[in-house]
Each structure stands twice: as structure tokens, then as C-alpha cells.
Design a binder for this molecule. Sequence first.
Ligand code: C2O
Ligand code: CU
Ligand code: CU
Length: 521
Amino acid sequence: MTKSLRLPRRRFLLGAGGFAVAAGAGWGATFLTVYQGRRRSNVGRLSFRNPLRIPGLLDPEPSPDGRRHYRLTLAAGTSELLPGRRTPTWGGNGAYLAPTLRARRGDRIAVTVRNRLPEATTLHWHGMLLPARMDGGPHQMIAAGADWQPSWTVHQPAATLWYHPHPHGSTGSHVYRGVAGMIILDDEHSDHAALPRAYGVDDVPLVIQDKNFHADGTLDFTETELAESVAGADNLGVLGDTILVNGTYDPYFEVTTRRVRLRLLNGSNARVYWLGFTDGRTFHQVATEAGLLARPRALDRLLLAPGERAEIVVEFAPGDEVVLRSFEPSLHLGFPTERFMGGDDTFDIVALRAARDLGSSPALPTRLDGAPALVEAVPGAARRRHFEFTGLQINGKTMDMSRIDEVVPAGATEIWEVERGDEWVHVLHVHGAVFQVLDINGKEPPPYVRGPKDTFYLHEFGTARLAVRFDTLTDPEAPYMYHCHVLRHEDEGMMGQFTVVRPGTEDRAPRIVAGGAAHHH
Ligand code: C2O
Ligand code: CU
Ligand code: CU
């Protein structure tokens, strides 16, 4: 990992002074203490004694109206996240996290979201292709005590998605308190793929989150220590030193089959994980965010930034025990930011313990039929847009709820050039679209990135080129979002809005969200 001293342009405008302060006398010693204390790890401190909790599954039969009805009640509660301590938390149909929703392509879905939280919120279906008014973004606020009933038809391939609140300015705290759940979409191809599929048995959701706790068990929302802010590293929000998986502290999972499919979701506010196994074993990635890969891909490490998902298949021998670990990720942030943003951290995530007798599993397929086609764009012909992620802004602008930043023709595939203009952690997410990363600074992206995606860690200072395919549903008035998925950045306005309109009507489309300002906090 190179720890370059390259300073990004504009850092001095952003980092509370950045290194300008570093020259000051006495500061060096403080800095050194803080710097040394900020290499975090839980390795050697866990005993993997708590059975991994598996979120409940909502998989309703269709009603006489032909729709599948899902009911989610968001409410505050108390959870025992750490042994013997009571933590006030939020959740869906329970005190912490929310059930996994299962649906399949072609389903007509109706959800009733009852907001019994003490605050207004929204519920966003991250990765779902659906009408903008059903998207659960910042314009679909649900007042405290109110209900919201979105409905749509699933029209996308099998994939692992998730859902979480998206109220402008408060997404970070609502997710951190615990409102998040997974969504599993199936289709006719995933039905026939030779992949493990028994939920919670050999097809296992892993919602990975980092937290900080006060001694009394309450969640610690503290974002910054003064000395750290001097180093310009105070902008990530919470970076926790305690890992929870599906809300389980110090977890193990008992493996009962030869092969297990893990659906990995980084549900953390800001932390990036570099996942692999403690014995270095190879595993196979079978899906990126937006669907299956045509060919399972052998890997020994995989990067997972906030909001990203990956499906992997891991093979076990009887009696195996191995730990899924996050090794030091290469965030490419330079010194000292790399360390302050988690680049030197190592965390054990969950132990996997195989029984002495393992049930058989299908052999790993060499191809997955019906995997979604790659998103391709004709360079030169495709419309290009450029987005610079610097500080807490995109293209020098802060999110304005009433401003429509981009208007996109329905069904278009465009080239989006996404530039990381500084050395902070930024994660691109685009609603209502599927993309493929073409290159990063002209080079081929790392293997785990290749596939259909909706969320992407901006790996390097410089520009990544993406082929982005937009959905065909139109609404000139209701926008979708694109933003940084570091939740603090998103809350601070590192977000833009776009509408998808009938091709040829772009010039006539409104550039202002009617009533949008009313929602502005
Ligand atoms: Cu996962 Cu716009 O969000
Ligand atoms: Cu989203
Ligand atoms: Cu960011």
C-alpha cells in the first residue's frame, strides 16, 4: 500500500486547516498520539460465542388482488447488542434491523410502512428499479405516526438489495440506530442456478456494521476528536470499533453443508471492509449489487464499501473453522488520512464452524445462465456526464432538495465520469440505474468490481468511467438521487437529483422540484 504524501487540491479549503496547522509547535506530539491510537482492531479479542442472528424473512403469498403485501412497522425499542447491556435502538418489526424481504421478478408488490419512530423518516429500496415516487428517497417523507404505502412491479434480475431510511440530513443517525434490512430478489434463472438457496441455512445474509458504544451500552454518536479534525479526518461520521453482524456481537455461524452462499452487505455508515478468510482460502464471488455474474469468480479478498453488496460461495470441509476477517483495506488516501479513515484497521467479522457431517451441496457452476448482460456504452455515441466528488460536494454543489441537477432520457445508457478530487472516502451510488465500471484512471478495475452494480467505492484519486443504464420508467417531476454513500457526506449534502423523462422531452423537463423546498431541513 502506498502512503503517499500527495495533497489533494482543495484539501486546505476542506480539512479545517489540514496540514496548515501541522507546522504549529506542540501539535506534532498530539498528532502522533492520536495517529498511533487510531489503528483499530478486534483481532484476538473475540471468542465467537454468540450464534449469528438471522433476520426474519417476509415472503408473503399473493393476496386476492394479485399483490404481495409486506408490512413493516418502524419503531424504537431496546436491544441486547452487547452481553448484559441494554441499548436503545430502532428497527423494523423488531428492536434492531429489519426483516429480509423476498420477492421475484414479475411480482406486484405493495408495502405498508408504519412509522412509529419518534421522528419523520423515509424508507428507500436501495438497488430497486421502481417509479421515483416509490423510491423512498428524501421527498417521500413519512411523518412520525404516519403510514406510507408504495407499490410497484419487480422488473429486474435476481439480486441482493437492501432498504434503509433516507431522510435528508438524518440518514446517518437513522441507519446507525438500526433501521436497515436486506432484500432478496429471485428470478427464473436464479431458481435454476446451482447455488445454495436455503435462507439462513446455506444462503446466509450478513449485514456488517461497525458501532461505538458508551460504557452503559448506549450507542455512541461521537464523530470527532479535536486532534483528528485538525488532521482533516473528521468528516466520515462514525467509524466504529465494535463489529455487529445481523446485530450480533462476537458471532459464529454453524455451517451444515459443503458450500455456503454468503450475501454480504456493508450496512455501515462509513467503514470500508477488505474481506477474506483467516486461512487465506479462495472463495467464489457469484454476484455484484445488481445481479449474478456470468461466471463465478475465484477471489481471496473483496472490498465492500458502505451500501455495496456481494454474494460469495465458500466451500467447507467437515470440522473446518475459519474466520471471515476484514484486513487492512487499501483506501488510497495517503498519509495520514488512510489511517484516520480506517485503512489500517483489521476486524474479525464472524467465525464459520463446520459440523463433522456436512450435507451435500451442488457443485459450483462454471457459468450462471441468465446472468444480466453487461452494461455497455458506445463511447463517442453515448452522452457523457462528469461528476467531481470533492469534500462534501458534487461538482462544487451541495444538495438542494428543490434543484434537479440532471435530466436523463428513459432507457439511456450514458458514460458517467466520476472523479474523486480529494483523498477522502467517497462511495458513488445511483438510484434507478445499473452500471458497470469501465475503467479507473484508464486501468481495468479490480476483479471484484466487475459486474452489474449500483454502488461503487471511488478507488483512486482521479477518474473512473462508468457505463450507466437508466430505467425506462419516467416522471419529469419526481427525482432520483445520486450521492456519496458515506452517510455523513450524504447528510451534509453530497448528493444530486436527476429525473428520467421521455426521450426528446429533456429540454422541456422542469429543473425545479415542485414543493421540494418544503421538505428542506
Ligand atoms: Cu442506500 Cu440513496 O441510498
Ligand atoms: Cu439507493
Ligand atoms: Cu463521500
